[in-house]
Design a protein around this ligand. Structure first.
Ligand code: PNS
Length: 161
């Protein structure tokens, strides 16, 4: 069974990586799909986000990292995949996630969204929080892998510690 795990990944965190790791064990193939829509203001370009994901996921044989633009349902059709995975960190995520899943279902009846509950230890974690902590010089090594930490520091202050 092939699944798509879509997101902004701006940048990827240990929370995302935990979901991908668990998906790689439960499904034959995982496509990590990075949204490349201009209307979302991202810190990292789509190429940078793809590179960070590829670097952190290089050990996984059944995980592919790709970019998509436009509607997720169109991308899923193009990739011949009918299952979307989304992580749920808290009940507060559910409202938005349900809305997205129902819209996607309306657009494409065959598309299923499966929710994977985040591990408790990552339930507070988000890319936005990591960027905020990094912006004020806080310690981010517990939130993101080394390569992402370096990339964030470079964005913030040209790589100076
Ligand atoms: O990491 P994010 O930002 O929560 O991911 C959101 C994402 C990329 C899954 C969602 O915004 C998306 O699928 N965008 C593509 C446009 C689309 O299909 N919109 C209709 C469903 S709401």
């Amino acid at each position: 069974m092939k699944v798509i795990y879509p997101g902004s990944f701006d940048p990827v965190t240990y929370g995302h990586l935990d979901i991908i790791d668990r998906c790689s064990k439960s499904f034959d193939k995982v496509i990590v799909a990075v949204l490349n829509n201009n209307y979302k203001k991202n810190m990292f370009s789509v190429e940078e986000r793809l590179n960070l994901l590829r670097e952190t996921l290089k050990e996984y044989d059944n995980v592919e990292v790709d970019a998509f633009s436009g509607l997720l349902v169109d991308y899923a059709n193009k990739r011949n995949c009918s299952t979307i995975i989304r992580g749920l960190r808290a009940i507060s995520d559910l409202e938005y996630e349900m809305q997205m899943s129902l819209v996607n279902k309306k657009l494409e009846e065959d598309l299923e969204t499966l929710f994977m509950v985040s591990r408790g230890k990552y339930s507070y974690l988000s890319s936005s929080i990591v960027k905020e902590v990094a912006m004020f010089g806080g310690k981010i090594s517990c939130f993101v892998p080394k390569v992402v930490e370096r990339a964030l520091k470079e964005k913030m202050n040209g790589g100076q510690d």
